[in-house]
Each structure stands twice: as C-alpha cells, then as structure tokens.
Ligand binder design. Sequence first.
Ligand SMILES: Cc1ncc(COP(=O)(O)O)c(C=O)c1O
Length: 501
Amino acid sequence: MLIRLSAGEGLSLQCQLFEQLRGLILDGTLKCGERLPASRVLSEMLHISRNTVTLAYARLVDEGYVEMRESVGTFVSAQIPDASLLTKVNSRTSARTAGGEERPQLAPHTVRAQTLLNPHRRRLIADFWVGRPDARSFPTKMWIKLIHNRLLSAGAALTEYKDPAGFGELRQAIVDHLRPARGIKATAEQVIIVGGCQDGLNLVGRMLMPPTTTAVLEDPCYQGAAFLFESLGARIHPIAVDAKGMITARLPDQRRCIAYVTPSHQYPLGVTLSLDRRLELIRWAAATDSYILEDDYDSDFRFNGPPIAALKGLDGLDRVIYLGTFSKCLGAGLRLGHALLPRGLVELARATKTLMNNGQPWLEQAVLADFMRSGAYQRHLRKIRQLYLSRRNALIKALERHFGAVEILGGEAGMHVVWRLPDHLPCATELEAIALAAGVGVYAVGSGGAVVLGTGSNNDRHLVLGFSSLTEREIEAGITRLAAALRGEARSLAVAAEAVG
Ligand SMILES: Cc1ncc(COP(=O)(O)O)c(C=O)c1O
C-alpha cells in the first residue's frame, strides 16, 4: 500500500493514516468493494500500534468511506460520500476543435462547494456546528401574520418585475438599523438586497474580479468566500490571523486586489481586527486601488466589551463593500442579506444584480421590511442575544467543569467560541474523530465551514464550538460525553501501550 507516515509531521499518525486512506479511496486507487488489510496486518506493515489503525478505520467507517463486515473484514464502501463535492478540472487541459487548434476548456478552474452542515448530524446527541440559529426562536406567528397581510394587498407585486436592487422599504429599514447598530452612515440607494452573503460575494466577484485578480484572504478563511474566489480563477493571497486579526503588514504590494475580511468576529478564530490594522487596511486599499469586502455575518451578537463599529463606518475613502446577512439573526432559509456599496459602484452593482437574477423574491423582502419597521426586529435581537449569551456561558462552564481552566478565543461575540486546546489533549482533528465516534460534533478549524490555507501556525490546537442552536442541557450533555470519550481514549491508549511493551 502507498502509505507513508512520519512521526514529526505535526499531525497524529492516526490522522495521517485516515487522510491517506481517504485520498487513496477518493482518487480511485482503492476501488469500491476492495478489501483493506486487517488492522493487525497493517499495523505490522507500518510499524504502528494496532489501536492507531483501528481508530483510523473507525473514522473511515463513520464518514462512510469504508464498511466493516463482522467476521469478514473492512471494505471500501460501494458509495463514496463526498467525491462529488470536489470537481477538479486541470486548468492546463484544453480541447481540440475540428480544425485541430487548441481552445481553452469552458470550466478551467477548481470548483469546490462549502460544507453547510455536518453530514453525520442525525447520529449526534449534540452537534456544536458553527453559526446555526435556534430554530425554536424564529418568530413564526408574527411571520404568518405579516405574510398574510402582505398577500392580501399584493396587487401586481407578485406578477411583475420589481427593482432588482431590492424592495425600497427594506433597503431603508436596513440603513436605519445600520446607523446606530454598526456606526455606518449610508443611504438606501447604496443598498442592494442579495440572497445572503453568498449572493453578495458572487455579485462582487462578477463586478470586480476578472480571472487572475488577487484575492487577499484571512487564513483560516470562510469556505464560502475562499472557494468562490478560487472558482473565479482568482490568485489567492492568504494572510495569517493572530490575536489582532489579519496581519496587515503582509498585505501585497499589488494593485486592484479584493481583500475579504471578517473584522468584527474573524471566521473561524473569533478575534476582532484591531483599530490600527483596520486603518492600515483602508489606507492600503486606497493606495493600491483595491476594494475591501467586509463580511459582518454575526455582528448582532456582541456580549461584552464596547460595541465595535463596522470597518465600513471608518471608510472615509469609500473602499469598503459591506455585506450583511439575515442568516444568523433570523435564519439561513430566508436567503436574504444586503450589500452596501461605495457610491461609485452602485450603478454597476444594480446592473450586475439584474443580469444575475432580476432581484430577490418580493414577498420575503416585504415581510422582513414590516418586521424591521414595526420594532419587532429589535425585540427579537434583544431576546436571542440574551439566549445565546446564556448558552455561551453554559458552554464555557461545562468545559471548565470537565477540563479545568480553559482558554477561549472569540467569546465576546458571535455564535461560536474557539477553545485553544491544552497540551495534554490530542490535536483538534483527532479530538473531532474521537467525539464523532461518541456521538458529539466538535470541529477542527479546517473541518467545519472554514478552510486552512497554510500560512498560520497552530491551527490544529484550536477547536471550534458553535453553541447557538443547542439548549443548555444539550450543551452540558455534549461536553460530558466528550470528556468521557477522551477519558476512554486515554485508557485504551494506555492498554495498547502496555500490550506493545
Ligand atoms: C463568515 C460567514 N459569512 C457569511 C455566512 C452566511 O452566509 P449566507 O448569508 O450566504 O447564508 C456565514 C455562515 O456560516 C459565515 O460563516
């Protein structure tokens, strides 16, 4: 078998083995139905403990790559789960026309889709997946009433095209909200209603990112942004994130870049971009004729410390495109968000949005406008802010009860925290696998909705835990189960070491 493990790799042997076996399955070297060596045989071949092989096999089973048939053996699954998510098209390949000359392929770039949910969530007793609002808190009764009222007076609103930039009353309500809440002064004309941040990213990609544009990204970065820019053929320029956010001293000396940032609550590490770096970023954008894309995805939830105004609020030079979403404060199923543009880009954005889809659905926009203008939105925000604060506290308390003092990043805001793992615990990828086997979803930095681009250090010592969709009881049960699984793991490693010794 083509497996090479190395002790000094930074990744545990078990993770290396899991990843290499998964790679061999995905690239077809190991075929569907093929039998894997028995764990004892493989452990002898690779000179590693049998327990390491058993745990790697267990994770492959959990994730659906292999099947265990009792008393028979371990086989590559008949259906491989995520092979279809990764469609790599070689950018150098080209097709020949009838005349024999070469022409570029239609889809020359890598297209990867972000992971939206843990595929194993149904088997979990607690899933700490990041950024999911509490479904029980959605204002359903009020929504039904508002939909009903709007439908009764819809007239031609449902049968005719509307302004592709969005419903006027909603654009005004958003501007009225952003001024006090985020320190942004703007007019409704600068707002384009989009289908969530993802649609806003696409809008900007179409407007301002011809292939080979340099996309400056935080490392680690939100998959939805990184994968989109990659699919557009952008040149990715990753910059590591430290305790003050993206290290702006490493911004490239290049013109016309797009810098994507999450300054209020870095995704996924949770840190806040410091004021000096915010100013440096804006100065750099002005000097290089670049634009900054500010993704303010979960800024409605700030629990302690002074409210941090948006980067856009500091943008006297008009270099920031601000993206907001209702996916976090209401629900991702609404598919509503907003892009706030520098004045010079408004007409281009309106025309581009028209080409993309002629605008968002009218009914949802009208209902959301009514919800915001009635004062119910502010009440809803106050209520869920309190709810999420209690859940965040319950999570930190549960971690402390089971693991002693814990170092938490990004706890002052948002819907997730990052736990910097103490040295005596396994690395995050290993911990994630152990937790999954015990029915708990916790996430290494690169396994949830984020991607690690390789410039940062120590990412595998960070564990990401979303808390907003779990009750305090579910949080407690999940962390208790995680602690028990880790104790069990430590015991079985001790037994294996004894057996080997
Ligand atoms: C960094 C970041 N931006 C934006 C979003 C929301 O995207 P959308 O508005 O497209 O639902 C998420 C959701 O997880 C996110 O993590």
